[in-house]
Design a protein around this ligand. Structure first.
Ligand code: TXA
Ligand code: MG
Length: 330
């Protein structure tokens, strides 16, 4: 049984497996990660294999503290120092020039490495017990919804992961913010748990992908975070669809009964209208709707302030059309 409670003893045994080249899924304050010893190219290759992740998409390396982060990189300027001081441990990933000891497979051949110091006690206990930096992408099949519970990991990756440390739902629910501080101007590569505005108030203006100024992180494909069932992003509050009972609804706040009755199922992101709560619940709500036999999921937009920007980023990518599967003619 790969999913076990994240007890001290289980963390110790999982840490041993990790040191021997095995994979361990563990909770962080953002989403569940699929971890491997970052110094072992073979173990990291297994991560790509299990996730069916393309090798051009680099991994994030998790470490216990700033000092351990600095051991992986050659550059560390005032901006990195300020951000690390303010947000670590926490949901911020910094991209910096790597040292040779970071294997190329981790960075997909890039000269930079993405590093973060997680705050979740189980992630920290695993780092402490394994005594190695842990390379860990989100523990989902490539392109699918991120996992915010151990059950999501088990359903998505199943027996391919020998260890899933279960500590309940992740408190943040949305991936870390990624900031590239390797170049002259810092760049926002992914919105996430820390808002871009907060970062800018600390280190000045960021180049932003939506302005076309910087490319996204290599793995941030337009169609990403996608459920199996198509997402239809609405312009405003939901209205009853023409035919009842064929669609799911992801609402921001509780919709009126006249609207909800027309949907097969309704998930409310935030009954209290908070974008932070919406971020925490986003992937769980989508996982539940995706498990139903509906034609599409109608999605209400959320206010684009703070964590709401990261939620909207995930929803837009989830809604980006993929090429529909070709059906043989019957
Ligand atoms: O919250 C998180 O960051 C979670 C937890 C598990 O820590 N991890 C996560 O990893 O979201 P993943 O692999 O799903 O996303 C990592 C992103 C990818 O889009 C990847 O392209 C980008 O980080 N990335 C990694 N290394 C990079 C680098 N050197 N330069 C630019 N982007 C990089
Ligand atoms: Mg991911």
């Amino acid at each position: 049984m790969p999913r076990v409670p994240a007890t001290v003893e289980n963390i110790r045994i999982a840490a041993e497996a990790l040191r021997e080249g095995g994979l361990v899924s563990f909770p962080t304050e953002t989403v569940y990660g699929l971890g491997a010893d970052a110094a072992s190219p073979t173990a990291c290759a297994r991560v790509f294999d299990v996730k069916k992740r393309p090798h051009f998409d680099p991994l994030i390396v998790h470490v216990l503290d700033r000092q351990s982060a600095r051991e992986l990189v050659t550059s560390w300027d005032d901006r990195a120092a300020l951000l690390a001081e303010r947000y670590w441990p926490g949901p911020l990933t910094l991209v910096l020039f790597k040292r040779a000891l970071v294997p190329d497979i981790v960075t997909a051949g890039l000269p930079t490495v993405a590093v973060r110091v997680p705050s979740h006690p189980v992630a920290r206990a695993l780092l402490e017990a394994s005594e190695c930096p842990i390379a860990a992408p989100s523990a989902n099949p490539f392109g699918y919804l991120s996992p915010t519970t151990a059950e999501h990991v088990e359903a998505g990756l199943g027996s391919a992961v020998p260890w899933i440390l279960d500590a309940g739902p992740c408190p943040g629910g949305i991936e870390s913010t990624i900031v590239d501080v390797s170049g002259q101007r810092p760049a926002l590569l992914r919105t996430g748990g820390v808002s871009a505005g907060e970062i800018e108030s600390l280190i000045g203006p960021l180049c932003r992908p939506e302005g076309g100024e910087v490319p996204l992180a290599p793995g941030q494909l337009p169609s990403h975070y996608a459920p199996r069932v198509p997402l239809v992003l609405l312009n405003g509050r939901a209205v009853p669809p023409e035919s009842s009972g064929r669609f799911g609804l992801l609402a921001f706040e509780e919709p009126p009964a006249s609207v909800s009755v027309a949907f097969r199922a309704v998930e409310v992101l935030s009954p209290s209208g908070s974008v932070v709560e919406a971020a925490a619940r986003l992937f769980s709500c989508l996982h539940r709707l995706d498990a139903l036999d509906v034609e599409a999921i109608h999605v209400e937009p959320v206010p684009e302030s703070g964590a709401g920007a990261a939620v909207m980023d995930r929803l837009r990518r989830g809604a980006a059309r993929r090429v529909p599967p070709v059906r043989p003619e019957d």
